[in-house]
Design a protein around this ligand. Structure first.
Ligand code: FSO
Ligand code: SF4
Length: 507
């Protein structure tokens, strides 16, 4: 196997015997065949809703930490083969062969991983009824292009197109979420526990949360969010449920300890799910694109998921053990921030706010990610952090205060809500009559998996320059491609907090 799609890849170069994530060689081979089948499906010229769904869901299932169930990956490849109408056997590894020119392969991997991220975001929009042919059309075109001999210029252009379609996809998801659940409100969320038994829901799927809340009404079972589900607490549609207690725990990589101490059942709706410890494996359920071998999977039937087994298990379990009892302020999507726009502009003009730093992205388990906590702590008091995604868990408990009522950590929500950061940045650029690069705005992004790759491509397609990226640069980016990214876009790796502050013009 060779997998180097995420930031935690072995030695920063590639997982070859087993994934750091726990992916086995057998699972990697199945994923390789699935992605190869999807490339062939896209190249076959087949069209229709089933084809698009197969590409979107198949790609999403191969995203890091999404599906560890080989049988489901194989079944998905079988679905693809049926749509092609012949026995496709091409593996992605054959198409993106190591024998090929390393820089061209690197650009194709960048494109493939960006499309995996796009597929994940599109899946979320689609389950809420959203659709956009410009997104699915690009996924078909982009996947088919992986099997072609293309020049570096053609591949760079496709990557930028991927980023630009990514903006459309993120805007669609933003619209679908707010149409379904209302505009997020600024909300204080508790992290403590109550005495009732509870169900913990993690991942990004808001529709799963909606159905769980409906089905738990009157059962005496509480519901807690975990990880990337935290921002759900800000939606008016969910706030009206009295048994939505708050958020339990931190980012995805802490789940082994936190799922254990939760005591009750856990529903993993998407990435990031980890191969569980035995201590809670029989309390873990997956749904949607998520999967783990030996863990019960809840299927959707006629648009409905039946969580009765989870609820009945919860009633037999002890209440969650407290981890802490803090409060987090969330809900700064673009609507709430734009409502503060006049105050923000005045604060910049008066010098009360000197700089915004986008610190969005992912959290992860390496020790080196303490950098982001230290960076946030070291920022001067006249700086505001704009964030989205699970990266926030590195600094959302620091109580960094506010600047004249404007919080120093503006948390737009999940990584699915990165579109809000684009809207906010565009509004600032309009207010100050300058392009994004002329604003007092710096980017210090932390990445882990492929949704972050898509967001990065989106920022590049919007013309954002000088993005700092860490904690390590992608293993699939060759020195030659890094050089192109550095020369054309000013992308650079982070180093030490002190040096990076100076580079990002933070005094
Ligand atoms: Fe985090 Fe995981 Fe949302 Fe990612 S939970 S790391 S970018 O998969 O999805 O931010
Ligand atoms: Fe390795 Fe990441 Fe691939 Fe898992 S997803 S096998 S950790 S590169």
């Amino acid at each position: 196997m060779l997998c180097r799609q995420c930031e935690e890849t072995v030695a920063g170069t590639g997982c070859v015997k087993k994934g750091v994530c726990g992916k086995t060689e057998e699972l990697a081979a199945s994923q390789d065949l699935l992605v190869g089948t999807l490339i062939e499906l896209a190249a076959s010229g087949a069209r229709g809703a089933e084809v698009d769904e197969a590409i979107v869901d198949g790609l999403f299932m191969t995203l890091s930490n999404t599906n560890f169930d080989k049988a489901r990956i194989d079944a998905e490849a079988e679905k693809g083969r049926a749509l092609i109408g012949k026995d496709a056997v091409i593996r992605c590894g054959d198409i993106l062969s190591l024998d090929a020119d390393a820089d061209l392969r690197s650009l194709k991997e960048l494109l493939l991983f960006g499309m995996k991220g796009m597929a994940a975001y599109y899946h979320h929009a689609a389950i809420l009824g959203g659709s956009d042919e410009s997104v699915t059309g690009f996924l078909r075109k982009g996947m088919a292009s992986l099997a072609k001999d293309l020049s570096a210029d053609e591949l760079v252009a496709l990557n930028l197109e991927c980023g630009s379609v990514g903006a459309t996809c993120l805007a669609l998801l933003d619209r679908m979420n707010t149409d379904a659940y209302g505009v997020p409100e600024v909300t204080t969320v508790g992290t403590g526990v109550r005495k009732n038994p509870g169900i913990l829901i993690t991942g990004h799927d808001l529709k799963d949360l909606e159905q769980l809340l409906e089905q738990t009404q009157g059962t005496g079972v509480d519901v807690y969010t975990h990880g990337e589900m935290l921002p759900a607490n800000a939606y008016p549609a969910f706030k009206r449920y009295p048994n939505l207690v708050g958020n339990y725990g931190g980012a995805w990589y802490k789940q082994k300890e936190e799922f254990e101490s939760f005591n009750g059942p856990i529903i993993a709706t998407t990435n990031c799910v980890l191969i569980p410890r035995d201590s809670y494996k029989d309390r873990l359920f997956t749904t949607g694109t998520a999967g783990v071998e030996g863990v019960k999977h809840i299927e959707e039937r006629d648009g409905r998921k039946d969580f009765s087994e989870v609820i009945s298990l919860a009633r037999r379990c002890p209440a969650p053990a407290a981890i802490d009892d803090a409060s987090l302020t969330i809900g700064f999507g673009h609507a709430q921030v734009l409502a503060l726009a006049d105050r923000i502009v005045d604060a910049v003009k008066s010098g009360a706010i000197k700089r915004f730093v986008v610190m969005a992205g992912c959290d992860g388990r390496e020790k080196g990610r303490e950098y982001y906590t230290k960076f946030a702590q070291s920022l001067p008091g006249d700086t505001v952090i704009l964030t989205a995604g699970c990266a926030k868990y590195r600094y959302n408990r620091l109580n960094l205060g506010d600047i004249g009522g404007i919080p120093r950590v503006i948390d737009a929500g999940q990584c699915n809500d990165c579109y809000s950061l684009v809207v906010i940045a565009n509004a600032l650029s309009e207010a100050f009559g300058t392009d994004l690069n002329g604003l007092p705005l710096s980017f210090n992004i932390s990445w882990y998996e492929q949704k972050a790759v898509l967001v990065l491509l989106t920022l590049l397609s919007l013309g954002v320059k000088d993005i700092m990226l860490g904690p390590r640069l992608p293993g699939f980016v060759t020195p030659g491609i890094l050089d192109v990214l550095a020369k054309n876009f000013g992308i650079r790796p982070n180093s030490s907090v002190r040096e990076d502050m100076a580079i990002l013009h933070i005094e």
